[in-house]
Design a protein around this ligand. Structure first.
Ligand code: PLP
Length: 380
């Protein structure tokens, strides 16, 4: 099987599995326990926190371990906005191309907590203009939330610029960096962010574990009540094996980033150029250069991508028609709609996301297999 869906998830690195393994069997202690076994677990947790902090250029106390990217986004957005709402600030600025983890959380704040939201527009490349963010800021703005890289079209947003604006206006700034974790530098100081969400399974760590960077001093209402773990910001016994695995995966991603970035950009360009040469009526979606290294997203006009996915699957290639969460039903992508694409055209969206395992030969196989499938689906 050729796996071209790395934006959906990634296989766990064997080195990560090896790092996690002792924490299920020999070192299974609860990090809150005072005896040796507990202290060993607490030490692993602390060491993971310090490594994560070094990689994100922050302090260990600013890292909150969570159960996934979705939880990190929820904690960031609900936590900050509900704390600010108590002081009369209830306005949120975000974009229409965010992941449902952000979009639905903001919608819930509007529905149930009387908050207001401004969705700033994006251009046809899915790019946010920082000036529109600045223009949307109000005295009661509690939070700005803009994703670092889009999961469907790969566009990388101008986070540092938006962060500088947010800081100038004293508004907390959250970025969903879930898609960026494997590929983009995560220096929270350079990015000017106050909250940054990550999910391990996007960078060869396990599913079901994430983290949230929370800048010191930021008021955050905890989402759940219970013990005082994670400095009372996220109650519940810490998932030590998964946290150890996530941080090991983050270290590996950081070390491999320069060479992987270059390699994946070359593969992506080979794929995109090859498809454009071989198949008529195709458009690349997302920004042509400011995009995730291995991310190729296309609209193949005149087809429903669902049919292409079946053909590709039969040819042994795993791909996606947009976000994994939406691929059950053929509804046009809200991201592409917000970028100005017609609903019918958006149904032709094909996403091929390359990663660590992919080679030139995988791309060439795709370039051999896809054109006849498209031809067949188009009825020619
Ligand atoms: N944010 C973005 C941009 C994503 O792509 C995803 C997952 O696809 C998430 C958040 C949710 O992460 P998780 O699957 O860990 O809940």
């Amino acid at each position: 099987m050729i796996y071209m869906d790395h934006s959906a998830t990634t296989p766990v690195d064997p080195e990560v599995v090896a790092a996690m393994s002792p924490y299920w069997t020999e070192l299974y202690g609860n990090p809150s326990s005072l005896y040796g076994l507990g202290r060993r677990a607490a030490a692993a947790l602390q060491s993971s926190r310090e490594t994560a902090a070094r990689l994100l250029h922050c302090e260990p106390s600013e890292i909150v371990f969570t159960s996934c990217g979705t939880e990190s986004d929820n904690l960031a957005i609900r936590g900050v906005v509900l704390a600010a709402a108590a002081k009369g600030r209830r306005h949120v600025i975000t974009t229409p191309i965010e992941h449902p983890a952000v979009l639905h959380t903001v919608a819930d704040l509007v529905e149930r907590f009387d908050c207001e939201v401004t969705h700033v527009p994006v251009d046809r490349a899915g790019m946010v203009d920082p000036r529109t963010i600045e223009a949307a800021i109000r005295p009661d703005t509690a939070l700005i939330s803009v994703m670092m890289a889009n999961n469907e079209v790969g566009t990388v947003e101008p986070i540092a610029e938006i962060g500088a604006i947010a800081r100038r206006h004293g508004v907390p700034f959250h970025t969903d960096a879930v898609q960026a974790g494997a590929y983009l530098p995560l220096d929270v100081q350079a990015l000017n962010v106050d909250l940054l969400a990550l999910s391990a399974h996007k960078f060869h760590g396990p599913k079901g574990v994430g983290l949230l960077y929370v800048r010191k001093g930021l008021r955050l209402m905890p989402a759940q009540t219970g013990g005082s773990q994670e400095r009372a910001r996220r109650a519940g016994t810490e998932n030590v094996p998964y946290i150890v695995g996530m941080v090991r995966a983050l270290e590996l991603a950081d070390a491999r980033r320069p060479s992987e970035t270059e390699r994946l950009i070359a593969l992506r360009e080979r794929l995109i150029e090859g498809v454009l040469e071989r198949i008529p009526d195709v458009e690349v979606t997302g920004h042509r250069t400011e995009r995730l290294p291995g991310h190729a997203s296309l609209i193949i006009y005149g087809v429903e991508a669902q049919s292409l996915l079946i053909g590709l699957d039969l040819a042994g290639i795993a791909a996606s028609s947009g976000s994994a969460c939406a691929s059950g039903a053929p509804t046009p992508s809200g991201v592409l709609r917000a970028m100005g694409y017609a609903p019918n055209d958006a149904l032709g969206a094909l996403r091929l996301t390359l990663g660590r395992s992919n080679t030139e030969s995988d791309v060439d196989t795709l370039l051999d297999e896809l054109p006849p499938i498209v031809k067949r689906v188009r009825g020619g």
